[in-house]
Design a protein around this ligand. Sequence first.
Ligand code: PLP
Length: 301
Amino acid sequence: ERGYHGVNVGSTSLQGITNNRKGFPTIDGVDFLPDPLDIASNAFSRGLPEKGADKANVLEQIIAFRGAENICAVIVEPVVGAGGMVPPPQSYLAALRAICDKHDILLIFDEVVTGFGRTGSAFASVEFGVTPDLMTTAKAINGGTVPMGGVFIKEDIQQTIFEAAPAGVPEIFHGNTYAGAPVAAAAGLAAFEIYEREGLLTRASGPIGRYWEDALHSLRDVPHLIDIRNYGLLGAITFAPNPAEYPTGVGVPVHNRCFENGLLCRAVGDNMVMSPPLTIQESEIDLFVKRLRQSIVDVLG
Ligand SMILES: Cc1ncc(COP(=O)(O)O)c(C=O)c1O
């Protein structure tokens, strides 16, 4: 219900953010798992929230209703990104994996945000010890410098696709204008080299990740905040909704004020979501949090 997977008709149909679906055509036959954000149970938790793994059981109900043979796949962001930066409840992803295995349903992780070091491991699947059947990636695949995306698939699935293809034609039949774009690929190779040399893929699980967590949670005394959450080098804060004064969310005016105060921090409804550079230093985190605090106070008092 909170996932975001992109802007084409297929991915818009799979994502649950109402505002992003409104006014766009969507494909029927998609069911949604419940929103993993549960501030009432998990407010101000650090890392993976304790409560909520039982939300995975809704998948069993959907399977009972649809029939496993009619379900192509389950897709989730291992940590919800654009929808408000929501880490999964402890054991939630493992529970989804177990249910998919039980019913022979493919599990897809959309690692466009979490991939390439964001959570403190190269991929969220590694960090959380849950292996999907397919994994979508983009953004940090080449440091975000040139548009590029990639889908990783298990070998047996690749074999199935390749064996089903008619002889003499490309196995992945569609042609993309930018498939194999050399500049993007070169940027990818350069990014991998830097990730490796500077240890960036695991940096978020080291001291800088803990510094980020402490710095973000130091905002707890700020009035109007009802939640702070983090994982790796991801973070979010949520304001108490105030629809009378801010009908489209408290985030946008705070974002605008942050911008004036020299901080780029994204608004999503009543949330501010954060995904700082993997290279961020402690002094920059201090500045980030200082400017965020100041901007909130400037707007909300
Ligand atoms: C989790 C997630 N999936 C997919 C997308 C869309 O990716 P692309 O623009 O590469 O299609 C985004 C973009 O922000 C995203 O955050």
